[in-house]
Write a protein that binds this ligand. Structure first.
Ligand code: DQA
Length: 146
């Protein structure tokens, strides 16, 4: 399985963006954690991590890399709650997708309790911080997702 960790809008700002909610770690800090963990426990599994502020580019990327042997850990940021185009994209993918949120979206504002994408994912992890990404990768690599 080829793994992708895909981040949506504003998540390039992690580290400095609302640290009281999202912490002080950056995506590149986490890249080192993910690749170290994979090399130790899942040698040979390839990982690519990307972040998009451009919704069309994000959708194009997911469509291009899609396939039955693909696993996607997807944190869409605010697109979770607003994007019908991304929802339609995820609905059409053959890849297994797990939605991850750093913060506990169900314990925040009401609009964050709705995910337009969730019905088309294998599952959602919300509120476990960066640990959620490792758990999602582990689920994609161990579970029979299709
Ligand atoms: C987020 C939660 C979203 O509601 C928010 O818009 C984000 C980050 C999270 O990881 O907690 O940008 O996806």
């Amino acid at each position: 399985m080829k793994l992708y960790v895909v981040h949506g809008i504003n998540l390039d700002q992690l580290g400095t963006r609302q640290p009281e909610i999202y912490g002080t770690q950056t995506l590149s800090d986490q890249w080192a954690v993910w690749t170290g963990w994979l090399a130790k426990h899942w040698p040979g599994v390839e990982l690519e991590a990307l972040q998009f502020n451009d919704e069309a580019a994000c959708i194009r990327f997911l469509q291009e890399v899609d396939g039955p042997e693909v696993g996607v850990v997807l944190n869409p940021g605010a697109w979770t709650h607003s994007s019908i185009p991304l929802r339609d994209c995820v609905a059409g993918l053959k890849a297994a997708v797990i939605e991850v949120h750093l913060s506990h979206t169900y314990a925040r504002e009401a609009f964050r309790r709705v995910s337009l994408l969730a019905p088309y994912t294998q599952g959602t992890i919300s509120g476990l911080g960066w640990q959620g990404y490792r758990l999602a990768m582990e689920a994609l690599l161990t579970a029979q997702m299709h």
